[in-house]
Design a protein around this ligand. Structure first.
Ligand SMILES: [Zn+2]
Length: 581
């Protein structure tokens, strides 16, 4: 068991996912990312006519950054061309002073302006890093950041914008990124000022978290803006490796994980769209505590897990990443990639349905955003990131966190030429078979992430030899691999019952999946299932919408939360937490 490996993303196109994550990512490229009107999203920057202090300014950056990362896992010529075109269209909106903003000059720095500029910077940085290291892009980023620093005129960043400065200060990661590609010390100095002030007008959130202040009492509790600030601190730590920075990120992650994350791996509640920390772990079954689990929170939690993995200390981050991916993330998008939930079904303890974010429902639009919404723009980023974190490079080989069918190109490991192929129906079944196709025998190390919910140590067969991995950590297999070698194991899919912190509700899980009742099975979703934890699979034709369906001892059927409510219609009810009689 080794919990301190250094993890990095695999090269572009090294992992070809062929299961539900791969197909949802593919459908998202075809049905969402290739259909967005990129020119329209640039128009507000072209005309600087976002005069109502809203956050349309985030859509372009969010969509473009997710599109660029989606191309790491699946090549798509049409999308790539669109990105090249729209990046240059965005650059054309930069004025002589260096400004790229959707707000007219008199409104600049207020409301969501800096937040929107941040997403433009992130998308341009990602374009530069991943698709085209065009000096014009580097120059535009330099001028953009110089313009912002000049405009602030020495006034602290946390005094601007929404959510006690969290939104504006979450630019930290982008500032560090621009320092990384330019080497200009003034940008690192600007990042230091943001870190020293602690990203908030109320108190220094980095110091507060070290004192033990819970996430819901940090700043105003706005969940994903806050996580973005800690993600920025992890980026800053690379250049200023002060132990307290790393400690703050890890302590915050641990606090979020243990106090805020729901059974589904999402988080955020309190308001009508599920966007604030509110002791979510304890309150997730309440029906009077706002909506549950904004998709932006789910995606930014994956970012936080990724940031923690880059600090390479704990196996809890990849474990959380897998759980969130297999439930809250894939459960918030319709299979065809067209629709995303803004909040996840609420309440989780009661009959509820998945519905598209309001701006996707033309009759019910609450915001004049032309079919965009923060979560629709954000969701594809979660899929792209989950795909990148499914398998990662380690110093001596690869780490596999997530076991859906896929092909892994190993040629980034020195001296190795060949692939690993995973055959499985994961996350809907526990049987995993991995085959090595190698041009010649080679030494490398494989880290397999053993789920924490395994009841017993996992027996892993490599050819004829048995390795044993303890639940909740990595099993490292270091050996000389030959062509045709195989790995075989079966993850524990026995049913588990979880009791809610208030003791009033129970929920069921199998393998990585949270299970739910769905009205399409017939019967009342509010009738609690029995407790004997016995089930048989029922994957008949009429249940084909459910990727995992099982029948309990009294005939009640449950399916994976991913599939529950997947019609995205108000009448398609589901229920996760059931009454304890
Ligand atoms: Zn959102």
């Amino acid at each position: 068991m080794n919990d301190t490996i250094s993890l990095q993303h695999m090269p572009v196109n090294a992992v070809k996912l062929q299961g539900i994550l791969g197909s949802t990512l593919h459908n998202t490229i075809i049905n969402r990312l290739n259909t967005v009107n990129y020119r329209n999203m640039v128009d507000i920057f072209r005309y600087r006519n976002e005069t109502d202090n809203r956050w349309r300014c985030e859509f372009w950056g969010k969509v473009v950054r997710s599109a660029i990362w989606s191309l790491r896992s699946e090549q798509n010529q049409e999308l790539e061309e669109k990105i090249h075109e729209t990046v240059h269209d965005m650059l054309s909106t930069q004025t002589n002073d260096g400004c790229i903003s959707s707000y007219p000059e008199e409104r600049q720095l207020k409301a969501w302006d800096i937040w929107g500029r941040k997403y433009v910077m992130i998308a341009l940085l990602r374009y530069y890093d991943t698709l085209n290291p065009d000096p014009q892009v580097k120059n535009a980023l330099t001028r953009m950041l110089d313009h912002l620093i000049g405009q602030l005129n020495g006034e602290p960043l946390q005094n601007f914008g929404e959510h006690c400065g969290l939104a504006a200060c979450s630019i930290l990661g982008a500032v560090v990124g621009i320092y990384r590609i330019t080497g200009e010390k003034r940008f690192l100095d600007f990042a230091k000022k943001i870190v020293d002030a602690g990203c908030c007008s109320k108190h220094n959130i980095f110091e507060e978290v070290l004192k033990g202040t819970p996430p819901c009492e940090l700043s105003n509790g706005k969940a994903y803006e806050m996580m973005s600030c800690f993600q920025g601190l992890a980026d800053y730590y690379v250049y200023e490796p002060q132990p307290q920075y790393k400690k703050a990120v890890l302590k915050f992650f641990d606090a979020v994980r243990t106090q805020e994350i729901f059974i589904t791996g999402g988080g955020g509640m309190l308001d009508a769209v599920g966007e604030f920390w509110y002791q979510g772990k304890r309150n997730q079954t309440r029906s009077d505590a706002g909506a549950n689990g904004e998709t932006c929170v789910t995606v930014t939690y994956l970012h936080l897990c990724d940031a923690v993995m880059s600090l390479s200390d704990v196996s809890s981050a990849p474990l959380e990443m897998v759980h969130t991916t297999c439930n809250a993330l894939l459960g918030a998008v319709r299979n065809d990639g067209r629709f995303w939930c803004h909040a996840n079904p609420t309440p989780l303890a009661g009959a509820a349905s998945k519905v598209p974010a309001s701006d996707q429902m033309t009759q019910q639009r609450t915001t004049p955003f032309d079919g965009h919404d923060c979560c629709i723009a954000q969701g594809p980023e979660g899929l792209a990131l989950a795909a990148m974190d499914a398998v990662m490079r380690t110093p001596g080989g690869v780490a596999i966190h997530y076991f859906e069918p896929m092909e892994i190109d190993l040629s980034s490991i020195p001296g190795v030429k060949g692939t690993l192929t995973i055959e499985s129906n994961y996350p809907f079944n526990g049987k995993i078979y991995i085959k090595a196709d190698l041009e010649q025998a080679a030494d490398f190390e494989l880290h397999l992430l053993v789920p924490a919910w395994q009841k017993n140590p996992l027996q892993i067969k490599v050819n004829d030899r048995i390795y044993t991995g303890n639940p909740g950590g990595y099993l490292a297999i270091k050996r000389k691999w030959s062509n045709g070698d195989f790995i075989q194991f079966e993850l524990d899919f026995s049913m588990r019952r979880e009791i809610s912190p208030d003791g009033k509700f129970k929920a069921f899980l199998a393998g990585p999946l949270v299970l739910a009742r769905d009205s399409r099975f017939g019967g009342d979703v509010n009738v609690p299932p029995p407790d004997d934890l016995q089930y048989t699979l029922c994957m008949e034709q009429e249940n084909s919408w459910a990727r995992f369906a099982c029948r309990l001892s009294d005939g009640t059927k449950l399916c994976a939360y991913i599939s529950a409510g997947s019609r995205f219609l108000p009448g398609n009810l589901l229920r996760v937490w059931h009454d304890i009689k």
